[in-house]
Write a protein that binds this ligand. Structure first.
Ligand SMILES: NC(=O)c1ccc[n+]([C@@H]2O[C@H](COP(=O)([O-])OP(=O)(O)OC[C@H]3O[C@@H](n4cnc5c(N)ncnc54)[C@H](O)[C@@H]3O)[C@@H](O)[C@H]2O)c1
Ligand SMILES: O=P(O)(O)OC[C@@H](O)[C@@H](O)[C@H](O)[C@H](O)CO
Length: 495
């Protein structure tokens, strides 16, 4: 069977991309499955409504060249397969014009030129929580981005913009700083940097890391320039809240798409019918009319972000850990298990209590929480518990930390069926991996294994894991009410 590309005649029922953008207007860092199923789709829909053809996307894939191999032979085209309980549809998206790998053997100079180009107005990111290279205390892990910052410092000191060979890039924040330096040197047109990761206050966090990195340039031999002032004047970092469940694409998904398309599609992504994008309206220059595609432009994303992280993502993580332990492969099986969903609901009740004093606006929390559970129960996407369970040390502080802090403010004895149950399930999940040698997908996997291996008993392991720096809000990782409650929940899980 032939492979999807610009010559493929799309069958009836498969929506095509229409007129493709004439230029790159957006550089996206971290073009994994989610960007292709979310921002790229809304960008194409906005262009279709307005006829504005400036918003092609250059996708940057940093960890491997896989997405380049998927998309380049397909002229950047790929399918988005929407799978609901009662619906199935395929569309081919054309807003991504090309993909680039800036690592060893890749083309970092092309990325830097694209970020510097005056026709580029927005850099978006989905680089996962760990891509932000934060230390447990939230500050920039300068060692992780040092090579990129060294390159940025040399570029700042070089005579003419674009006059040196660019070394490959090893970090997303470092690559962004190099791109900002290139843009500054190329005349400094305004730029909006828009994080689309599941990170609280993502724009604010990213801005802080970029500013730390820029301050570090001086220590790496960069000359004194007006770069920091230009950031103040010409670059904005709005926050945004993104939502659509996008599982990793499987061969079963590819088989469904092949049947609908009549061609092979190596770049296929899959999503649920629901999609939401709430964006802080703080742009430095032009942007696509994303509101024409259903995005909400708001003054403050915080109430939406709180609901998303503490009611959706938090519940997802609890069900993922407990689901893996109970032998459920998919999220739909986990949420349909009555023994698990009671804990999901208990966590949601605690999160709602913690959010009660939050800022006004945002969704109705009661209805939102219920809708989340219904979305998880969609069996068609086949979202795997193991996928959601990855990177626990990066997700737990964001998803469970604020709820735990709210709970701890309430009183002497803490209930152990909600967030404490989630923590117990996570410790059991980690313990199982450490004991059996099963893969533990977490950037702090070595620390986790060491904590469990030196512990001897589950009670000691629980205490060691909860005390990991940066995991829980200050003081709570060693708070006896938390440690004892998690131990109680863990005993009930191990029984
Ligand atoms: N998949 C979803 O349902 C979903 C929904 C909402 C938000 N998101 C956000 O999008 C992110 C990516 O999800 P995805 O489904 O595209 O995952 P994915 O595994 O398909 O892609 C991850 C992308 O991040 C990059 N990346 C990973 N680790 C990195 C690192 N250390 N430094 C730099 N880049 C790194 C990879 O190169 C890849 O481009 C999530 O972590 C989350 O923050 C995902
Ligand atoms: O994508 P991750 O790994 O950060 O988190 C896994 C899921 O909780 C997440 O992707 C949700 O499906 C998503 O946030 C829904 O919008």
């Amino acid at each position: 069977m032939s492979r999807l590309d610009a010559r493929t005649a799309l069958p009836d029922g498969v929506r095509g991309p229409g007129e493709r953008p004439r230029q790159v207007g957006i550089v996206h860092l971290g073009i994994g499955a989610f960007h292709r199923a979310h921002q790229a789709v809304l960008t194409e829909d906005a262009a279709a409504t307005t006829g504005d053809d400036r918003w092609g996307i250059l996708g940057v894939t940093q960890r491997s060249g896989r997405v380049v191999r998927q998309l380049r032979p397909q002229d950047g085209l790929y399918g988005v397969l929407t799978l609901g309980e009662h619906e199935r549809s395929l569309r081919v998206v054309g807003s991504v014009l090309d993909a680039v790998h800036p690592g060893a053997g890749g083309d970092v100079a092309r990325v830097l030129r694209a970020i510097a180009a005056p026709t580029t107005h927005v850099v978006t990111l989905t680089i996962t929580e760990k891509g932000y290279a934060r230390r447990p205390d939230g500050t920039l892990d300068v060692d992780a981005v040092r090579d990129d910052l060294q390159a940025a410092a040399q570029t700042l000191g070089a005579g003419v913009a674009g006059d040196r060979d660019e070394p490959p890039s090893a970090s997303a924040v470092g690559l962004l700083v190099r791109g900002l330096v290139a843009r500054y040197r190329a005349g400094g047109a305004p730029l909006t940097v828009l994080s689309c990761d599941n990170v609280a206050a993502n724009g604010h966090v990213l801005e802080g890391l970029v500013r730390e990195a820029v301050r570090a340039l001086a220590g790496l031999g960069a000359p004194s320039t007006g770069l920091a002032g230009w950031l103040d004047d010409a670059v904005t970092f709005p926050s945004s809240v993104v939502d659509r469940i996008v599982p990793a694409t499987t061969d079963a998904h590819r088989a469904i798409a092949r049947e609908l398309l009549g061609a092979d599609d190596e770049g296929l992504v899959v999503g649920e019918p629901f999609a939401q994008w709430v964006i802080e309206d703080r742009f430095a220059g032009p942007r696509p009319a994303w509101e024409a595609a259903g995005a909400q432009l708001v003054g403050d994303v915080t109430p939406y972000e709180d609901a998303k992280l503490l009611l959706l993502n938090a519940t997802h993580s609890l069900l993922a850990y407990a689901g893996v332990l109970a032998g459920h492969e998919t999220m739909a099986d986990a949420v349909r298990d009555p023994a698990l969903v009671v804990h999901a609901r208990a966590l949601q009740a605690e999160a709602q209590a913690a959010l009660a004093d939050g800022r006004p606006g945002g969704p109705d929390l009661e209805a939102y929480a219920e809708q989340v559970l219904e979305r998880f129960a969609n069996p068609a996407t086949g979202h795997l518990t193991q996928q959601v369970a990855g990177d626990g040390t990066q997700k737990i502080p964001l998803r469970w930390g604020p709820t735990l802090a709210g709970l701890a403010r309430c009183g002497a004895a803490l209930p152990d069926d909600g967030v404490l149950f989630g923590l117990a399930a996570w410790t059991a999940f980690v313990g199982h991996a450490a004991r059996t040698g099963a893969p533990l997908d977490d950037p702090r996997a070595d620390e986790l294994r060491a904590a469990v291996e030196s512990a001897g008993t589950p009670d000691v392991a629980v205490a060691a894991l909860l005390a990991l720096p940066g995991l829980l809000p200050a003081g709570l990782g060693t708070d006896p009410r938390v440690v004892d409650g998690v131990r109680r929940a863990r005993r009930s899980l191990d029984a």
